[in-house]
Design a protein. Structure first.
Length: 76
């Protein structure tokens, strides 16, 4: 059985990654919703913004994840 400090660290990592995954899913969902509404408002027949906005959000979120989980990031 691992020492309690390792278990606490493992739990903190799990919660941090679960939070990042939740941010990704919510961000993509909001971007698709806003993209569809914007396409409808602009009367665009092909859902251009419904494709472009989630791709931009995905790029931004992946950048944030890499920055937060990279080797230069200190563990709290």
């Amino acid at each position: 059985m691992p020492p309690p400090s390792n278990k606490r660290s493992s739990n903190n990592d799990l919660m941090r990654y679960a939070g990042l995954a939740t941010q990704m899913l919510v961000g993509l969902g909001v971007a698709v919703f806003v993209g569809l509404k914007a396409d409808k408002w602009l009367h665009i027949s092909f859902p251009v913004l419904a494709w472009v906005l989630p791709l931009l959000v995905l790029g931004a979120i992946l950048y944030k994840i890499v920055k937060e989980t990279g080797p230069g990031k200190k563990n709290d």
